[in-house]
Write a protein of this length. Structure first.
Lengths: 342, 342
C-alpha cells in the first residue's frame, strides 16, 4: 500500500497542512480537540512513520556536536565562529554542548549520542585522559581540537588537531631566559589539574633546566580551582599574591593570555609597572592581547587554521577517507610590550 | 499488526542490534552489503517508521535554536554559557546558528524550522525590523534577546528581553556632559546600519540636546561596515582617525566596550593618555573592561539576568503560560578610570 501524504491527512481532517504539521511537531497554538483528531487519523492511516522516515533521512542525522570545556573563554570564540561556518557550509547542524571542568566529556558525549543522531563529535579544550574501553563506546568519528594530551591512545580511531603545548610553552620561557631572566615565576594550574596547564608547566620546567636555572617552587603560583580557573579574575588574584608576597622574580609566565591580563591589572593596581618592574608573558595569542596596554608577549595559536583543519579531518573520517590523523600546528612567538630584557 | 522491534530486525538479519542501529543512522564502519540487507529487511517489515516515530517523540523535537548576530563578540560569551546551561537543565538541545551581519535572521530561522523540529527560537543581537507577514511564517515561539528594536510589532506573538539602548546611552553621555565635557565625539555605526548602533546614537543626540550642547557632525566617527564592525580593530581604526585628524573633542563615547578598547589602544600608540588627554566611555560592561588599563567607564548590561529571563520567557511561551512579554532591564553606570571631569 502506498502511504498517504500530509496533504491526505489534512484533507481527511478538514484542516490545513500547517495545522497537521503543528500537531505532529507538538507545537503550541493548536486546539487540543483538533490535535487529537489529527493524531487519530495519523494513527489510523499509519501516516507518521513515513513522514518521520523522510525527515530522518532528510536532516535529523546531520548533526555535528561540539563539546566544549571553557565556553566562556574568549580563546574559543573565533574557533566556534569558524566551526559554525564550516558546519553550515556542509549542510550539517551545529550542536553546542558545554562540559563543566569537573565533568567527564566522554560521558557527556555518550549521553548526547543516545539522544541525537550525531555524525561526528569535536572535543574542544580541556585535557584528555580516557581509557580505550571508554572511548570505544563512542560510535561516531571524533576529533580532539586544542585538547591537551600526553600520549596517544592505542587501538582507538580518533584524530587530534592542536599545537604542542609543551613545546610552545618551552619556546616562550626559553625566550624569557635568553633575555636574561633567571627568576621566572609561573602562574599555573594545580598539579592535579587535568588540563593543558600540566603540559605548559612541563614546558616551563624543561626550559629552566635547559638554561641551567634551578627550579624554585616558591615561584609557582597556583590558580584557584573551579570552573572559572582560566579567568581574568583568577589571574588577578595570583598577580596580587605575587606582588604582596614580594615574590623574588623579574618575569612571570602566565599559562594563558587571560590570566596574564588579570595579573597585569593586579600589578598595575599595586602601583608597579609592566615591563619595568615585572615582565609578563602569556600564551594563546588572543586578538585582545594585541590591544591590551601593554600588548602581550605571547605564543599565538593559529586558532582559525586549527578549527578549519579539525572539521576537515572530521568530515574525512565521516566519509571514510581517513581512519585517524594527528595534526600538530606550530605556535608563533609574538613579541609584545609586556616583556623587557634584563 | 504489532510492529517489529530493532531486536527482531537484528535477529532476522543475523547481526547485532548496534549494527542495525549503525545502518539506520548511516554511520561509518559497516559493510555495504550488510547495510543493504538490513535496509531491505527494514523496508520489508516496515520497521523504520515505528522506530523513528519513537525517536521523534523521545528527543528530536527538543531543540531550542539560538540565532546570533556577532558570534565573535565577547559580549555574548557569558550569555551563550548561560543559555547552554539553562537549556540543558530543561533537557532540551541547544542548536547554535550564526547569522551574518548582512543576513536576514528571519529567513535563516524559517530555513532552520524546516530542517529541524524546533520548540523555540532566541534571536540574539542585531537589530530587528521585520514585517508582521514575515514574522508570522515562524510557527514556534521566539524571544528577541538584547536585540535593538525601535517599536513593537503589532499582532505578532513574540517576546523581548533587553535594556533600553537609547535610555542607557543617554545615561552615559549625560554623565559625560555633567562632568563638564562639551565636545564629545561618538564612534558609531553608519546611519544605514540596522543595529543597536542607531539607538545608541539617538541616546547620544538626546543627551547633547538636553544639556544644551550643539550637535557637531564633525565629531561623529563611523565604524567601517562589514562583519567585524563591532571589533577592536574597528575601534582602533576610528581611534587613530580621531587623533590624527586632531578632532576637537575632550571625550569620546564608543558605542561598545570592544570599540572603546580599540580606540584606547590607538590613542596610546599615538602617544596620548586616557583620561588625561581624552576621556573615553564605553557601553556593555564586559568583564574585560574592568581589567583593562585603564578600566572603562561604561554601562553594564546585566547579561546573565537577561539570558536567564530570556529562556524563562521562552519556556513560558512554549508551555503556553504566556503569550508574550516585553521585559526591559536597567543598565548600570560603571565608573572606571577612563573618564575624568573637565
Amino acid at each position: 500500500m502506498e502511504s498517504i501524504t500530509i496533504k491526505d491527512v489534512a484533507k481527511i481532517c478538514g484542516v490545513s497542512v500547517s495545522t497537521v504539521s503543528r500537531a505532529i511537531n507538538n507545537n503550541p497554538g493548536i486546539n487540543e480537540e483538533t490535535k487529537n483528531m489529527i493524531m487519530q487519523v495519523i494513527k489510523k492511516y499509519d501516516y507518521i512513520p513515513n513522514n518521520s522516515a523522510r525527515n530522518l533521512k532528510r536532516s535529523e542525522t546531520n548533526n555535528i556536536a561540539i563539546l566544549i570545556k571553557g565556553l566562556n573563554n574568549p580563546f574559543f570564540s573565533p574557533m566556534i565562529a569558524e566551526f559554525e561556518k564550516e558546519i553550515k557550509k556542509k549542510k550539517y547542524t551545529f550542536i553546542l554542548q558545554r562540559v563543566d571542568e569537573n565533568q567527564d566529556e566522554i560521558e557527556v558525549a555518550i549521553e548526547l549520542e543516545k539522544e541525537k543522531r550525531l555524525k561526528g563529535i569535536v572535543f574542544l579544550g580541556g585535557y584528555f585522559s580516557h581509557s580505550r574501553e571508554k572511548l570505544e563506546k563512542l560510535t561516531v568519528p571524533f576529533v580532539l581540537s586544542t585538547v591537551g594530551m600526553s600520549e596517544m591512545i592505542e587501538g582507538v580511531k580518533y584524530s587530534s588537531v592542536a599545537v604542542d603545548d609543551k613545546k610552545e610553552s618551552y619556546k616562550i620561557v626559553d625566550y624569557l631566559c635568553k633575555l636574561g631572566h633567571k627568576k621566572i615565576a609561573i602562574i599555573s594550574a594545580t598539579d592535579d589539574d587535568e588540563s593543558i596547564g600540566k603540559l605548559r608547566f612541563e614546558g616551563y620546567m624543561r626550559a629552566l633546566c635547559d638554561n641551567n636555572i634551578e627550579f624554585n617552587p616558591d615561584l609557582v603560583y597556583y590558580l584557584q580551582s573551579g570552573n572559572d580557573r582560566y579567568s581574568m579574575r583568577s589571574g588577578y588574584i595570583a598577580g596580587k599574591k605575587i606582588v604582596k608576597e614580594k615574590a623574588d622574580c623579574t618575569a612571570i609566565f602566565a599559562i594563558t593570555d587571560i590570566i596574564a591580563m588579570g595579573a597585569l591589572r593586579a600589578i598595575y593596581e599595586e602601583g608597579y609597572k609592566v615591563p619595568e618592574d615585572y615582565s609578563i608573558a602569556g600564551y594563546d595569542g588572543l586578538e585582545l592581547s594585541r590591544y591590551y596596554i601593554p600588548s602581550l608577549t605571547t605564543i599565538r595559536q593559529p586558532v582559525e587554521k586549527i578549527a578549519v583543519e579539525t572539521l576537515k579531518v572530521l568530515f574525512d573520517m565521516i566519509n571514510e577517507k581517513t581512519d585517524s590523523v594527528h595534526k600538530v600546528f606550530d605556535g608563533e612567538l609574538i613579541i609584545g610590550e609586556s616583556v623587557k630584557n634584563i
